[in-house]
Design a protein around this ligand. Structure first.
Ligand SMILES: C[S@@+](CC[C@H](N)C(=O)[O-])C[C@H]1O[C@@H](n2cnc3c(N)ncnc32)[C@H](O)[C@@H]1O
Length: 317
């Protein structure tokens, strides 16, 4: 059984509620995603804390989407019932038990009152699917979960939370969790001494340094920055997954001759591009490439890495 309890990490939750409240209260249907909730004590704690601080109308429009990977349905049942043994409730802040719990009929058990229960909706979800459950969240909370993941998984899960958040939305985690360096441009720390971050919408070109893995917005489209140290050490490509468009600039991505030598960073960038779905490539000069882009990138990677390509793909440009 996963370890959790009511009002766990209370200080983090207090700061989170304090910072996110103005934004939440200003939305007609404020939504929170609480990920990795175990038996539900955490989303019910959040619900109680917001009930204490929000007006009646705003609170009644609040929805806390609580998720966990647990697959037997046991967590779902417990959260739906909202019934907890009395000994679990012994450490509640003063007054909370009387105000937000009621006897359940079963000796030694109390039930979260309906007003608080109704704000929490549970669904099973595996964070390692890397598919967000929705978008436009004002707040995402994921506490004491990320530590179980490998560093690359943690980065992908955080990218997913970034996508799920509304512009300027908040993300909170446990005190000991660090924001990976790769995501420093996407999440701005809100308080110096706590794990509370704010979504940075997009990188402003021209006024800041672009890093590999950043996302920049141009018009309505988002582009991923891929560092391609080939033509020069600061070369980048911009890839738009939605349209399958790659802006290659001067990066020599289509390699046809095995005579060149390429640095490891460029080979790694080519390998990354091989995993993308590229349907058009625009270079700084010349006509765009609109056919067999994925195959040509894979051939280029093999040629640059000194491997045979094994079919008639060579000499494509
Ligand atoms: C220690 S509990 C944390 C509960 C609560 N967030 C807290 O801070 O008290 C960790 C929870 O993460 C869940 N979890 C682990 N891997 C997960 C995954 N891949 N996707 C979603 N939840 C996961 C576990 O099932 C467990 O309920």
């Amino acid at each position: 059984m996963a370890f959790t309890f009511f009002f766990r990490d209370q200080q983090v939750l207090e700061r989170l509620v304090e910072h996110s409240l103005p934004g939440l209260a200003g939305r007609s249907h404020p939504r929170i995603w609480d990920a990795g909730v175990a038996m539900g004590q955490e989303p019910y704690t959040l619900s109680i804390m917001f009930a204490e601080r929000m007006g009646h109308f705003a609170f009644n429009n609040l929805r806390i989407d609580a998720t966990d990977v647990e697959s037997t349905g046991q967590f779902a049942q417990m959260i739906e019932a909202g019934v907890y043994p009395k000994e679990e409730l012994s450490r509640l802040p003063e007054g909370v038990l009387d105000k937000y719990f009621e006897p359940n009929g079963k000796p030694g058990f109390f039930r979260v009152i309906e007003k608080i229960r109704r704000r929490v909706a549970y669904q099973r979800h595996d964070l390692l699917s890397f598919h967000e459950i929705g978008h436009g969240y004002s707040l995402v909370l994921c506490k004491n979960v990320l530590l179980h993941f490998q560093p690359p998984e943690r980065i992908e899960v955080l990218r997913m939370f970034h996508r799920a958040l509304a512009p300027g939305g908040f993300f909170a985690t446990e005190q000991t969790q660090e924001m990976p360096r790769e995501l420093a441009s996407r999440f701005q720390r809100v308080i110096p001494d706590g794990p509370l971050f704010r979504k940075v919408e997009s990188v402003e070109c021209g006024s800041c340094l672009l890093r590999d893995g950043d996302t920049i917005k141009m018009g309505d489209e988002e582009f991923q920055v891929i560092h391609t140290p080939g033509h020069s050490s600061d070369s980048i490509c911009l890839y738009n997954p939605a349209e399958g468009v790659l802006f290659a600039g001067d990066s020599p991505l289509l390699i046809t001759s095995p005579t060149g030598t390429y640095e490891a960073g460029f080979l790694a960038a080519l390998e990354k591009l091989c995993a993308c779905d590229v349907r058009r490539i625009y270079f700084g000069h010349g006509a765009p490439v609109t056919e067999r882009c994925n195959q040509r990138l894979r051939d280029s990677h093999r040629i640059a890495a000194g491997q045979p390509i094994g079919h008639d793909g060579a000499g494509t440009q």
